[in-house]
Design a protein around this ligand. Structure first.
Ligand code: HEC
Ligand code: HEC
Length: 151
């Protein structure tokens, strides 16, 4: 019973998706240092995101790199997310304006990109109830800056 509870609790936290840490266990995304994060972005995040963007618009996304999401931050070493490099979103919880103006983008992001990125990072997807987790605002800013617990 105690074991089951431990597993249930553990499965709520970030998953061990990274290289081994000092205790021999794989690190979670929040535990990784900057170098490990860069390596993880290169091996997991960039390839998985590229696949999604290329299936959607093969010509436009024929060549992708870190600047796709980080913009010129990739040259200056500023990898902070969310970033002003990407268009600001409305800030509306249910994405009404995004669904109206950019239905395709919004659908692909919701159905594919968000779950794929959350899985690559081993973190939970955005919850409408807690208003926390990996979602649109993990990459995009709202009208007045970062939203939903991102900073
Ligand atoms: C598809 C979008 C996307 C691409 C492409 C991408 N990143 Fe990221 N990156 C993110 C997101 C989102 C985060 C923030 C994750 C989080 O903590 O919620 C992030 C975070 C990071 C961080 C950690 C920043 C910090 O403050 O700790 C580093 C370093 C980083 N990326 C480097 C890279 C490098 C190097 C590449 C290219 C190999 C790359 N990224 C490609 C989306 C992307
Ligand atoms: C992992 C990072 C990431 C996440 C998460 C993300 N986006 Fe994006 N988004 C991007 C990138 C990168 C672009 C710009 C692509 C380009 O420059 O062509 C973009 C562009 C857009 C655009 C501009 C219009 C267009 O068609 O290109 C809209 C609108 C948008 N995203 C909405 C959303 C919504 C809504 C969500 C959540 C359901 C979301 N995004 C989640 C990375 C992200």
């Amino acid at each position: 019973m105690a074991g089951l509870i431990a597993i249930a609790l553990w499965s709520c936290g970030p998953k061990r998706v990274g290289p081994a840490g000092p205790d021999g266990k794989s690190l979670t995304w929040p535990q990784m240092n900057v170098e490990q994060r860069k390596a993880h972005m290169k091996s997991e995040v960039l390839p998985r995101a590229t696949k999604i963007f290329q299936e959607w618009r093969p010509e436009r996304y024929a060549k992708t790199d870190c600047t796709l999401c980080h913009g010129t931050g990739d040259y200056t070493g500023n990898y902070n997310m969310p970033t002003a490099h990407l268009p600001r979103l409305s800030g509306e919880l249910l994405l009404g304006p995004e669904r109206a103006k950019h239905p395709d983008t919004t659908k692909i992001k919701l159905n594919k990109l968000v779950p794929e990125m959350a899985s690559a990072l081993g973190v939970k997807t955005f919850s409408l109830i807690t208003r926390r987790g990996f979602g649109c605002y993990s990459c995009h800013l709202g009208p007045d800056g970062p939203m939903f617990g991102n900073n």
